[in-house]
Design a protein around this ligand. Sequence first.
Ligand SMILES: Cc1cn([C@H]2C[C@H](OP(=O)(O)O)[C@@H](CO)O2)c(=O)[nH]c1=O
Ligand SMILES: [Mg+2]
Length: 194
Amino acid sequence: MGAQHARDTTVLVDMDEVIAYYLEGLDRALVAADPDYPLVPHEERTGYAHLGGPGFNPESLAAGMNTPGLFRNLRPVEGAVEVLREMAGEGLNVLVVTTPTYGNPTCVQDKYEWMDRHVGPEWVNRTIIAYDKTVVSGAVLIDDKPSITGSMEPSWKHLLFTRPYNRYVESVPRIEKWEDWKQTVLPLIEPSYA
Ligand SMILES: Cc1cn([C@H]2C[C@H](OP(=O)(O)O)[C@@H](CO)O2)c(=O)[nH]c1=O
Ligand SMILES: [Mg+2]
């Protein structure tokens, strides 16, 4: 067992749309499941769950989301892997916290394999797959979802990772891109790091 980390130096990082381009992979799966599926260009999305254009078929959306291998083949977000390693190198306790898609039969395994392949084998057991992110302790959670709720009052402060569909959100502090991590993350953790 390694050293115990303080909650104050723990940085929680979301996976989909923060370190891995989920929506790009989902678009491919949607078109494969239904060639007529009305994709919405990412820049035109008005909300987090805006996943289909007018008249989209909910069954096609479900088929796309549940496509085996979807989560295995996602492209890494620019700079994300480097910053995960850099934060860990600074002595921060960095954990990746991601919600599964229950109906996708390979989602959980794919998420662990993605971490192994793209970030490194030592990151597999730094990956927490959970529906309820509020039970995970940390100083900060970097996540693209505008509102993150669960069964507990969270210990972490939410930093919203900017994506086109969350630009309208004004109530949550943001990180615009990974290269800004020092200015945005460090002030939220233990004062000695800032
Ligand atoms: C339904 C939905 C899921 N997802 C992603 C987020 C979740 O992973 P994460 O917690 O890693 O961001 C995953 C399961 O719902 O799929 C979106 O990004 N947008 C959506 O509209
Ligand atoms: Mg996300």
